[in-house]
Design a protein around this ligand. Structure first.
Ligand code: ATP
Ligand code: MG
Length: 458
């Protein structure tokens, strides 16, 4: 995994080192240039001294070169100095080292400098033109002084060594400072890491953002928000378990009372009537356990066992399972629509959804009422609709009834308030939406719509 420290070091150190290297090369080349210019000026000075020592004697050029002067002009004890005086026009040598190379033809106006090979060594040559006058006589002369390059090489070597040493120490120093700075700068993160690590697993309190760097605050805020959701979830779970146990206890208490009552009966018919009630209580308890299991199964962190299925077939089956219960209550339960209506989802959960909606409609609609279950296509998906002509749910209660254990006052029938909560969670797992409204044909009652997107839950 990428470490922030390495990332920072990489982005600080590499560019800094490249900059240093660039500055080093540039500085080195610049000082080399300056050193060469200084040597060249000295060399030209020698040529001028030489030129000044030339006079005309009976048309002949006489150079009284002061050897000591040339000696003095030598920049280094090891360097050798050569000179040459020639006629500027014809190029014929007059005195000095006759074979010293003349300036290359293309060279700019004199005085000029150029490099050449002489006596097996590399030399630097300074040339200038000088005019000597004696009475009416005048001669244009080319004066050249050359020197070997030992002194220059020594100087450049010294320059390289010295600046390399200085630059390397500076680079090492700045690398050290950058590393130290990065480490210091990241120390609040390390503190934060230690704090989080040493936390009690049950501690879901938000972390203090006052002691962390400002850039990290959004991260801590996000973690705190996540922890807060976690805390709420844990609380909701505890509440749910408490409520569920309570809900389970009630029918068991009723059952025990019924058993006690039955045991006291001597008359078989009376006992039969009580056992029939016990049967109803047991069935209701079984339904409650089924609902609790369905809730657990629709938890968001449980993977969905999604398959391709036909909504029409599934809804028709689930509806027919409740036909006899509806008939017993004097309700006319009908199904409309034809398949196939392709849908991807978990059949067990979807059947639970339909069962809860149909059960509600059949339960809360008074005898003589009508319940119609229908399926069909809608734009971009498929739809399930359950319409009844019962009492309906007032608009202001249509949100609350989806919460767990919430029932409307005066519902009459027995129930635990889990049905619609289950419907909502199963919808959420399948990316579907559920909507309560007034019946489309008008009048009293309730219309429940569930809309699935084409490949919902896939
Ligand atoms: N079709 C309906 N007509 C009128 N009221 C309804 C209808 N469906 C639900 N309700 C109201 O909404 C409440 C919540 O319904 P929900 O299915 O969640 O719980 P329940 O039916 O009371 O209990 P459970 O389904 O867990 O046995 C019900 O108590 C009832 O008051
Ligand atoms: Mg219900």
């Amino acid at each position: 995994m990428l470490r922030l420290r390495d990332l920072l070091l990489r982005w600080l150190l590499v560019p800094t080192l490249l900059l240093w290297a660039g500055a080093f090369v540039f500085g080195y080349l610049h000082s080399l240039d300056q050193a060469h210019a200084a040597f060249d000026r000295t060399l030209l000075g020698s040529a001028m001294v030489l030129a000044e020592s030339v006079r005309l004697q009976d048309k002949d050029v006489v150079a009284e070169v002061p050897v000591a002067a040339l000696e003095m002009l030598r920049t280094d004890a090891h360097d050798r100095v050569f000179y040459r005086i020639a006629d500027a026009g014809s190029g014929a040598p007059i005195t000095g080292y006759a074979d010293l190379p003349a300036p290359p033809p293309g060279l700019a106006a004199l005085p000029a400098f150029f490099d050449a090979d002489y006596k097996g060594q590399r030399v630097r040559v300074a040339s200038l033109q000088h005019m000597v006058l004696a009475g009416a006589e005048r001669r244009e002369l080319l004066v050249q002084v050359a020197e070997t390059l030992d002194a220059r090489h020594q100087l450049t070597n010294r320059l390289v060594l010295r600046s390399t040493a200085v630059q390397l120490s500076l680079i090492a120093l700045s690398a050290g400072l950058i590393t130290f700075g990065v480490r210091r700068g990241l120390s609040p993160l390390k503190r934060l890491h230690d704090e989080v690590k040493s936390r009690d697993p049950a501690d879901l309190e938000p972390m203090d953002t006052r002691t962390v760097p400002r850039e990290v605050v959004p991260l801590i805020d996000a973690i705190n928000a996540h922890t807060e959701r976690q805390r709420q979830l844990a609380e909701a779970q505890v509440r749910f378990v408490a409520n569920a146990s309570h809900q389970l206890k009630t029918p068991l208490t009723v059952l025990r009372a019924q058993v006690g009552e039955a045991l006291q009966q001597n008359d078989v018919e009376a006992m039969r009537a009580i056992v029939a009630r016990m049967d109803g209580t047991t069935e209701a308890t079984g339904r409650l356990v089924g609902q609790l299991l369905a809730l657990a199964r629709s938890e968001p962190d449980r993977p969905l066992d999604a398959r391709d299925l036909d909504l029409a077939e599934l809804v028709q089956q689930a509806t027919f399972e409740q036909v006899s219960a509806a008939r017993a209550r004097g309700i006319d339960l009908g199904f409309e629509g034809a398949g196939p209506l392709p849908l991807r989802g978990e059949a067990l959960l979807l059947r639970e959804l339909v069962t809860n909606l149909v059960h509600n409609a059949v339960t809360y609609t008074p005898a003589g009422g009508h319940v119609t279950v229908s399926v069909g296509r809608i734009e971009g998906g498929v739809r399930l609709r359950v319409v009844d002509d019962g009492p309906g749910i007032p608009a202001e209660e249509r949100e609350r009834v989806f919460e767990r254990f919430q029932r409307l006052d005066g519902s009459g029938a027995a129930g635990s308030g889990l049905g619609l909560a289950i419907v909502k969670e199963i919808c959420a797992r399948h990316g579907a939406e559920v909507l309560l409204s007034d019946p489309p044909q008008g009048g009293r009652g309730l219309c429940v719509d569930v809309r699935f997107a084409a490949r919902a839950g896939g």
